[in-house]
Write a protein that binds this ligand. Structure first.
Ligand code: GTP
Length: 560
């Protein structure tokens, strides 16, 4: 796997890891924001709804209390059959009827069990005694229970059997001076109208409801959930808050909050997260001591502040990560991968022996230093290699020179002469110019060796070489062909020159004397003709030399 792939994989893994971590932090943070916001909204909503409920109710309750305190009414309650007291009481009740919000009242007397009622249309002006309350009739149980429990004030949601409507009844006990209960008075508010005013607010995601001490639902937008005449029912029969929440622990939490609020003087709002119909809700609970009720506001957090609203933030985050990855990739490519690729190419060139200077980019930091080091190293290798090559060339030339030189005489040897002859034949063929070859062989050299010793023989050879060397033109060449034989190359050359030089060389050698003994040579010379190869010319010169030997030695013979 290449470095680039590995780095990108690593970067992708890191980005992925960072994304997961960031997503979880993002979710937690947004959830935290939503929760904090929800708690504040719940508190405001609860206070707002409580205000809306209490404002109209408190007025009605105050009026009902005034009615229960009426001296006229109390006097009549003790003697309901007294027509004079009844007339006064009816007049009093009539004035209250006009003041009640629903323009209706009820008075239920303990003395005669009479239930008196008149409505907004003054329907029962002549027939206010609607019926007699009976302990054995379930519909009248509220009256007997209130008296039994001695509850001075109670709100009761219950159908009006007579009228066929459901009302929110404000029940207030009427007592005489020594506290004896005379009956129950109050008014009934049309539940539909009341709910329409207080709870039927179309605010999606917000549900407000009111529950009594025991958690039984008293007011709810969904009428089916309202628990009628809760206070006369046993625990298991009531429609309570537990029905709304999905989990038992949520119901327990809400009960706990209600207990806490009821038992403390803190009139604030307490909140808890609950699940309603599978959705997470924030429940705000407040206690309304004047009613003995609790207000519960359920906020559907997902509906009020959908997590999707935070998506642009998430999108910006993801885009930032992608841009970071891109920038990282670009930076990696520019600052590491590209210089490394150039470095690798340069190294490969050095590896293959290409020592020409490499075009490496100038870098900064570690990469720049690496480039500089490589440049210095390549330069050192280049100069060392050059020096080495130079030495090898010199040594080779020296070896070649030694290989073609005769150690004794200092002339070029047979091999050196052969090379020159090859070159000369090619040039002569190319230029069409002949060259001359003179072959010299010492006469009776064996005798000199035998008579004067080998060193004297060597001396004779050296002196002959000196004669040849000094008697030639700069572009002619003399060589020791082997033993006591010498070969002289004359180029350029013509027949007269060949004859002249061959004779001169023979004559000059003949002047040499070693250890008192004369040294002579026999000479065979030949001039090349077009088309000659080396063997042809050597053969002709050799034949001329033999001729000189045959003719008596110390003679020069020219081949024709
Ligand atoms: N001192 C010495 N003698 C050498 C050297 N190389 C060859 N010789 C001798 O040279 C002699 C050559 O003899 P030959 O060419 O056979 O005959 P020659 O005595 O010269 O007689 P001709 O050539 O017929 O006149 C031999 O005795 C060799 O030993 C050398 O480097 N130094």
């Amino acid at each position: 796997m290449s470095l680039k792939t590995r780095f990108l994989l690593l970067a992708a893994c890191l980005v992925l890891l960072a994304s997961v971590a960031a997503w979880s932090v993002f979710q937690r943070t947004t959830l935290g924001i939503i929760e904090q916001w929800g708690e504040r909204v719940a508190a405001i909503q609860v206070q707002y709804d409580s205000g809306r409920l209490l404002q109209p109710l408190e007025r009605e309750i105050a009026l009902a209390r005034q009615l229960s305190d009426s001296i006229v009414l109390r006097r009549w309650a003790r003697q309901p059959d007294d027509p004079a007291l009844e007339a006064q009481a009816f007049a009093e009740m009539e004035s209250f009827r006009r003041n009640f919000g629903d323009n209706s009242y009820f008075v239920a007397l303990r003395e005669n069990g009479g239930y008196y009622y008149n409505d907004a249309h003054n329907t029962y002006a002549q027939d206010r005694l609607r019926y007699r309350l009976r302990p054995d009739r379930p519909a009248d149980a509220w009256f007997f229970r209130l008296i039994e429990e001695g509850r001075d004030f109670h709100l009761n949601v219950n159908p009006d059997v007579e009228l066929g409507v459901t009302k929110l009844w404000i029940d207030v006990l009427m007592r005489d001076r020594d506290g004896e209960i005379l009956g129950v008075v109050g008014t009934g508010l049309d539940l539909e109208a009341f709910l329409g005013e207080i709870l039927d607010i179309q605010q999606s995601g917000i549900t407000t409801l009111f529950v009594d001490y025991s958690g039984a639902i008293q007011l709810h937008r969904d009428r089916r959930l309202i628990d009628h005449a809760s206070f006369i029912k046993s625990e298991g029969q009531k429609r309570t808050l537990d029905l709304l929440v999905d989990l038992p622990r949520d119901a327990e939490a809400l009960s706990g909050i209600m207990r806490e609020l009821r038992d403390s003087t803190d009139r604030g709002v307490k909140t808890a997260f609950v699940t309603v119909e599978g959705k997470r809700h924030l429940a705000g609970v407040a206690f309304l001591p004047s009613l003995g009720w609790f207000e519960v506001t359920l906020l559907d957090l997902e509906a009020l502040m959908p997590l999707a609203d935070f998506m642009p933030v998430a999108l910006v985050f993801v885009l930032t990560l992608l841009v970071t990855l891109l920038v990282f990739h670009q930076a990696l490519r520019r600052q590491v991968l590209a210089p490394m690729a150039s470095l690798e190419t340069a190294m490969r060139r050095v590896q293959t022996g290409d020592m020409s200077p490499s075009q490496l980019p100038r870098g900064r930091g570690e990469m720049g230093r690496l480039m500089d080091h490589f440049r210095t190293m390549a330069e050192a290798i280049r100069s060392n290699t050059h020096e080495l090559e130079e030495r090898v060339r010199e040594r080779t030339e020296a070896l070649q020179a030694v290989a073609v030189r005769d150690v004794l005489t200092g002339l070029i040897n047979r091999r050196g002469m052969q090379e020159r002859l090859e070159e000369q034949i090619q040039r002569s063929t190319r230029e069409g110019k002949p060259f001359g070859l003179i072959w010299l062989d010492l006469d009776q050299f064996k005798q000199l060796n035998d008579a004067q010793g080998h060193a004297a023989g060597d001396q004779a050879l050296i002196q002959v070489a000196e004669v040849l060397q000094s008697g030639l033109r700069p572009y002619d060449r003399a060589s020791r062909w082997g033993g006591d034989e010498f070969l002289v190359l004359l180029s350029p050359c013509d027949q007269p020159t060949l004859v002249l030089v061959a004779e001169r060389l023979r004559r000059e050698v003949a002047a040499i004397e070693v250890e008192g003994m004369p040294v002579t040579v026999s000479v065979g010379a030949s001039l090349t003709v077009p088309g000659d190869d080396l063997d042809d010319i050597l053969k002709r010169a050799d034949e001329a030399l033999y001729q000189a030997k045959d003719d008596g030695r110390n003679l020069a013979r020219i081949a024709v």
